[in-house]
Design a protein around this ligand. Structure first.
Ligand code: FAD
Length: 458
């Protein structure tokens, strides 16, 4: 569909706008290139206009223009998603929210923040009050809090505080609707699920309230073991003992060449646990490591680790592990795997045996619904789409794992598995013309758009 870009631009007033190819190319992409399948599908797609509102009033103005011009709208925070979540599949307007970035208020146990604030800046602001975020993705430097809510799931801190969607982690959100006269809707409690992990398909999140906890000066540390099964056993035991950790990632020895900077801290003949441990727990951590036949190779504060020229422990796990490998070997891609509970390290050893050099493994310890949940994000040697889906079937059917498929663009195919009716119902309210991130949810069909759905009143 064509739209009148010149008229749209003229009506933007003072709102920052870019139409040159350089900006559009850069802001039309995210980290989908981890997947050769998505790369083929998405690499040439572009938005046609980039707008960067700085206030909620400006967001509402753009929302109104988008609705009146009936143009597709793709929201974007830091652009660090892996599923092509902020790639405009049908062109149109890209709304970059990184200028809507005020940390509005920090009070004991709570922060109010605009959605485009970078997570690192929010966490730093919380630390100035002796508090910290419950969790963040390993991309905290670039990612925004709105992007985390709409595209992420959990990460560093999830071992201690569960997944982002767990009750109490987010207290409220304010959402701007995409209509000629946009409204601001406030959602609380369970209602927040209506926009959580909705890939920006059903309203523009402009403000978020979230819980904070007392700050800890986490010790970034690594423990080395002679055997990946020993490393996994250790990780399970310390969690059962309730050791206070913010991060616990098991990384097998074949990753060592991708962590070259760490040298003897992560040698190629040992399997590693990268962790963030509470300072008062370090003696217990060391004793537990030694009891399992391992040794602690380093233990540093965040400042010390930066002075040593190393990356913090939170960049040694989750999807940063994939990034380290991809920087050196573009033949890899990856999968996201959730293990059946209770976790059995023997299953991992069988998988390692079965897949040999085709899969390299690392495992992330988290908590979901109050219980320990183990995830893996293995590197996968890419041998074509059919081989990828054979592998997914094998891991699901033979091993009982759940795969969050990172080679697809829709919310449902990527792991939610089914259409979330409450999100679609909210979309009818917040995006009645179906303009937001079109193509990212299977739950929306063209006939649902206002004026075309026989069941919807105009
Ligand atoms: P974007 O990529 O800009 O956007 C993500 C989605 O949210 C898009 O669909 C976008 O349209 C939508 N969106 C953005 N802003 C808004 C808004 N204001 N209102 C409504 N919708 C909006 N994810 C994790 O959960 N945990 C991890 O540990 C993790 N580690 C990662 C490591 C690496 C190396 C990489 C590349 C990615 C990782 N991710 C992880 C994925 C991603 O970094 C996070 O989910 C991040 O929080 C996304 O934030 P963003 O601002 O970059 O969002």
């Amino acid at each position: 569909k064509t739209w009148n870009q010149a008229a749209f631009t003229a009506e933007l007033g003072k709102i920052r706008v870019h139409a040159d190819e350089k900006y559009l190319a850069a802001r039309s992409h995210d980290y989908f290139w981890y997947s050769p399948i998505l790369n083929d599908q998405l690499k040439d797609l572009r938005g046609e206009l980039l707008v960067m509102p700085q206030t909620v009033e400006e967001v509402k103005h753009v929302a109104s223009l988008v609705a009146r011009h009936r143009v597709p709208l793709t929201l974007r925070g830091g652009g660090t998603g892996n599923y092509g979540q902020c790639v405009p599949l049908e062109g149109g307007v890209i709304m970059d929210l990184t200028r809507l970035s005020e940390v509005i208020e920090i009070t004991p146990g709570h922060a109010r923040v605009q959605a485009g604030a970078r997570i690192s800046r929010l966490d730093d602001a919380a630390r100035e009050t002796g508090q910290e975020l419950l969790m963040y993705p390993s991309t905290r430097q670039m990612a925004t809090i709105g992007g985390f809510l709409a595209g992420g799931s959990g990460g560093i801190g999830s071992l201690r505080h569960g997944m982002l969607r767990d009750p109490g982690n987010i207290s409220y959100v304010k959402v701007v609707t995409v209509e000629p006269e946009p409204q601001v809707i406030e959602l609380h409690g369970d209602e927040i699920q209506k926009v959580q992990h909705a890939y920006g398909t059903n309203g523009i999140v402009v403000e978020i309230g979230l819980a904070l906890t007392k700050a800890t000066d986490w010790i970034h540390t690594a423990a080395l073991f002679d055997g990946y099964d020993r490393a996994l056993d250790f990780a399970i035991d310390v969690q059962q003992d309730g050791l206070d950790c913010y991060l616990l990632s098991a990384v097998e020895r074949r990753f060592a060449p991708y962590y070259r900077k760490f040298g003897d801290y992560f040698p190629a003949d040992r399997d590693a646990i990268f962790a963030m441990v509470a300072p008062e727990e370090m003696d217990r951590f060391r004793a537990d490591v030694e009891a399992k036949g391992g040794r602690v190779s380093f233990a540093m504060t965040k400042t010390e680790i930066q002075e040593a020229g190393l990356q913090p422990a939170y960049e040694c796990g989750w999807n940063h592990t994939t990034l380290q490998a991809l920087k050196m070997d573009k033949g890899w891609t990856y999968l996201q795997v959730a293990y059946p509970r209770p976790f059995d390290p023997e299953l991992v050893m069988r998988q390692m045996q079965r897949h040999g050099e085709d899969l390299f493994w690392h495992h992330e310890m988290a908590r979901m619904d109050g219980e320990i949940q183990i995830f893996a994000l293995p590197l996968v040697r890419y041998r074509g789409k059919d081989a990828m889906y054979d592998l997914i079937a094998e891991l699901e059917e033979k091993d009982g794992c759940t795969i969050f498929d990172p080679h697809v663009v829709t919310i449902e195919d990527g792991g939610m598995k089914e259409i979330d009716d409450s999100q679609i119902a909210f979309k009818k309210l917040a995006d009645p013309y179906g303009l937001m991130n079109p193509g990212k949810t299977r739950g929306w069909t063209a006939d649902m758009a206002r004026g075309e759905d026989p069941n919807t009143e105009n």
